[in-house]
Design a protein around this ligand. Structure first.
Ligand SMILES: Cc1cc2nc3c(=O)[nH]c(=O)nc-3n(C[C@H](O)[C@H](O)[C@H](O)COP(=O)(O)OP(=O)(O)OC[C@H]3O[C@@H](n4cnc5c(N)ncnc54)[C@H](O)[C@@H]3O)c2cc1C
Length: 357
């Protein structure tokens, strides 16, 4: 909205419970061209590696690049731009609840009502739906360490997207490695399971991976991050309690947890709509067939019908990586999707698909 320069006559209120001062997340995504946030891309890689049981390979993903943005750089960049705008007010307070009444929205901020006249409300507060028997809810949870070694160990030109050689005792588990230099990398230990682990189990997983697979014994932990992303077949619509954006608006891909690029695409559509005076209600939802694929895979992972390790290995072994990335971006054609689906074990997918239908 700021970059368009067309909203300077609007009053914008940004509400958040606290300022963004921590490097609390690292975003990875892929794109073909220079993107909206290219200035703050911290590292990018042309090659990504996959490690499974019977298939391991570096994959050249051109014309895509795998990109990484550090949370703290993103917040710094955005707030530097926001703070230059006289029409944007920032208010830090926890929103207890909020409601619309006639021409007014009232927010309960730190327990006190605060009213705004005639607003368009964009809401990114994620609220899980009430549980019912059809709702599948998995968690993608991970812990990462930025580690530094005294000798060169990493290949800075190559990131590891998924390494499934780690123990699968807790369910679908993989590690990934984002090298910043020959001696520094972010190493993440990630699970797709129903419950979180005990804190020490993430540390054990990281230590084991670094020792057994990266074969590094001397290193210093420089930073750490922990995160949980919901993976669910719940429908979080754009048109909900206000215009719901981000994870709250269904922009987290249920079967992978990737969200960043979906948010950027939706943000672009929102701005285009506002500029052209079209109704926001016209912004298309995630196509039904992609929700169906996601929910089918989620069903399989949730019920442990097939190990995630086997599914992702088949996916990368039997398809070219550009096609897989396009599929994961919800940008493939039906023909490509049928080809990809044909490379996966038919019967378990067919049964899970019937249930999701
Ligand atoms: C550690 C981590 C790593 C991730 N890595 C990736 C990745 O590599 N690639 C990818 O595509 N996705 C990734 N994701 C998923 C997703 O991109 C992020 O979660 C992203 O930040 C979602 O954006 P959002 O705007 O929906 O939510 P958030 O960024 O979480 O923003 C929600 C905002 O609402 C505020 N808020 C919440 N409740 C209240 C309240 N009651 N009152 C006031 N304010 C409130 C919060 O303070 C926050 O600022 C990651 C997520 C995490 C947690």
């Amino acid at each position: 909205m700021i970059r368009s320069g067309k909203f300077t006559d609007k009053k914008i209120l940004l509400l958040d419970k606290e300022p963004k001062t921590k490097n609390d997340r690292t975003w990875c995504f892929w794109e073909k061209e220079n993107g909206f946030f290219d200035e703050i891309v911290y590292r990018k890689w042309d090659t990504i590696s996959f490690f499974g049981d019977n298939f391991s390979s570096p994959m050249d993903i051109a014309p895509y690049q795998y990109k990484m943005i550090r949370g703290i750089d993103f917040y710094g960049y955005c707030f530097a731009a926001i703070k230059k705008q006289e029409n944007i007010e920032i208010k830090y307070a926890a929103i207890g609840e909020w409601f619309m009444q006639e021409e007014e929205a009232t927010f309960i901020l730190d327990g006190l009502p605060y009213s705004v006249g005639r607003p368009t409300v964009f809401n990114s507060i994620y609220e899980p739906a009430k549980k019912n028997e059809n709702i599948i809810r998995l968690l993608q949870h991970f812990k990462g360490w930025v580690i530094e070694t005294d000798r060169p160990f990493f290949h800075p030109e190559q990131a590891t997207m998924m390494d499934f050689r780690v123990s699968q005792q807790h369910g679908t588990t993989f590690a990934y490695v984002l090298p910043f230099s020959a001696t520094t990398a972010l190493v993440e230990y990630t699970l797709f399971t129903k419950n979180l682990l005990e804190p020490h189990q993430y540390d054990d997983g990281l230590k084991e991976y670094i020792h057994s697979f990266l074969e590094i014994s001397n290193y210093t932990i420089k930073e750490e991050e922990f995160g949980v992303i919901p993976m669910t077949n719940e429908k979080h619509s754009f048109d909900g309690h206000g215009w719901q954006i981000g994870t709250a608006g269904g922009q987290t891909k249920a079967s992978s947890g990737y969200t960043f690029q979906f948010i950027q695409k939706q943000s672009q559509q929102i701005v285009e709509c506002l500029l052209s005076g079209r109704s926001l209600a016209l912004i298309p939802a995630t196509p039904k067939r992609f929700r169906f694929y996601d929910n089918t895979l989620l069903d399989i992972l949730y019920n442990d019908t097939l190990p995630g390790k086997q599914i992702f290995t088949q996916l990368f072994k039997k398809n070219n990586p550009q096609q897989v990335l396009r599929f994961l971006d919800n940008e493939s054609s039906l023909k490509e999707e049928l080809k990809i689906i044909a490379t996966l074990p038919t019967w378990p997918f067919f049964k899970a698909a019937l249930k999701q239908l």
